[in-house]
Design a protein around this ligand. Structure first.
Ligand SMILES: *Cc1c(COP(=O)(O)O)cnc(C)c1O
Length: 417
């Protein structure tokens, strides 16, 4: 099935028995079985079935199956948020004393999470993205996984996933990729060698900001060894399903950050237009970023779709159909950044990405507030930087909004000097 067909039809088998064209919302905390033996078998994982929504729910399964198909994996686990999916993805394999090596260009929440993991004896080394020497030097005896974002948020560096997966596998390490900013419409990291993909489905997958959620998908190809990943010992008998089996039986189930059925349904409604939205959003981002760069050369526009981006070649090689729908602009000072944001009438000041509507934010004072000065610099966050998540509006209205705001910001500049 091609992408735009799969977003509508993949993974709905067995969910609906009356012909409904959308998966029904199984708004139930628990599910009865006809016999005590039946319930025992489900608890023993001997037969498929549902018992309790924290563990599994048919509407959530429908969402998981669709993402599994779109990302090209063997199974997915949906979680209460993107951060829950990332936490589960790590905690399923790590124990105290283990190390993570990650690209430094990351979403601020993920940087914060790595900090939180220090208290549990899990140490993270941050390195410059796509710098193979730096990655090699950071890998030690206790390294257990490599992590990066397909397109760093908000650094907008594009990870060479094939290169990074080859490096990871040369050291017998799994590569976990956060594909939130690109989505499976632009790239399928598992096909390029990544082992596990995580997505904050709160963003493009849901698409209209109606629910927070996250999901992780296993490619099923990494061979876990019990010496390196003792926490997986009991699950290695499941072969390629070892990672997901432990997730379902232990970490995901017991941490309890499950996805609500209603939110799985909202994602299933939203995802139907993922291809259409991404197509328009990528076009709009390229149009708006190019227009700003041409008309305001004093503004530094960063967008993988522009030839001026150091990541343009990797983006062109790796991403299908477009360059993503997020760009950043450096306008000269924090005051100017705030003035420009305040003058925008259409673009909303929102700490989110991937909405149908165009959103702007000043990362340094918001999503990266808890990062140190060094972490901010490594993640490409500057005092004068605005991040723009481009929506599906008519491009003429977007250009006009930025034009009038830029002109007013110029006036502000003259007044204040
Ligand atoms: C938003 C985001 C997350 C976190 O997802 P939530 O659903 O907000 O928990 C993780 N990674 C990236 C790249 C994001 O943009």
């Amino acid at each position: 099935m091609q992408f735009n067909t799969a977003v509508l039809h993949a993974g709905k088998e067995g969910i609906e028995k009356h012909g409904a064209t959308l998966p029904p919302v199984y708004q139930s905390s628990a599910f009865q079985q006809s016999s005590a033996e039946g319930l025992e078998k489900i608890f023993e994982n001997k037969v498929p079935g549902y018992c309790y929504t924290r563990v599994g729910n048919p509407t959530v399964t429908a969402f998981e199956n669709r993402i599994t198909k779109l990302e090209g994996g063997i199974a997915s686990v949906a979680c209460a948020s993107g951060m829950a999916a990332i936490s589960n993805a790590f905690l399923n394999i790590l124990q105290s004393g283990d190390e993570i090596v990650t690209s430094a260009s990351l979403y601020g929440g993920t940087i914060d999470l790595f900090h939180d993991l220090e208290a549990f004896g899990i140490h993270t080394v941050f390195v410059e993205n796509n710098n193979w020497k730096a990655f090699e030097n950071a890998i030690h005896e206790h390294t257990r996984l490599i992590f990066a974002e397909t397109i760093g948020n908000p650094g907008l560096d594009v990870t060479d996933i094939k290169g990074l997966s080859e490096l990871a596998h040369a050291h017998d390490l799994p590569l976990i990729i956060d594909n939130t900013t690109a989505t499976s419409y632009l790239i399928r990291p598992l096909e390029l060698g990544a082992d596990i993909v995580v997505n904050s489905s709160s963003k493009y997958i849901n698409g209209n900001s109606s629910a927070i959620s996250g999901i992780l998908t296993d490619g099923g190809r990494y061979r876990w060894k019990k010496e390196k990943y003792p926490v997986l010992s009991d699950y290695l008998k499941y072969g390629p399903m070892a990672y997901i089996a432990r997730m379902r039986a232990a970490v995901f189930r017991n941490m309890g950050a499950c996805l609500a059925p209603q939110n799985a349904f909202l994602n299933l409604v939203g995802i139907e237009t993922l291809g259409l939205r991404m197509e328009r959003q990528c076009q709009n981002a390229l149009g708006l970023a190019s227009w700003i760069q041409e008309n305001y050369p004093e503004v530094k526009v960063n967008f993988p779709g522009l030839r001026s981006s150091p990541w343009h070649e990797i983006a062109k090689r790796q991403l299908k159909y477009g360059y993503g729908a997020i760009f950043t602009m450096r306008v000269g000072s924090k005051e100017k950044a705030f003035a420009l944001m305040n003058h925008l009438k259409l673009a909303m000041k929102v700490s989110n990405i991937g909405d149908t509507k165009t959103l702007v934010i000043h990362p340094s004072s918001t999503i990266s507030l808890h990062s140190t000065a060094r972490q901010k610099e490594e993640a490409g966050v500057y005092e004068d930087l605005i991040r723009v998540s481009v929506g599906i509006e008519d491009i003429r209205d977007l250009i006009e909004d930025f034009r009038q705001a830029m002109e007013k910001t110029k006036a502000f500049d003259t007044q204040s000097t």
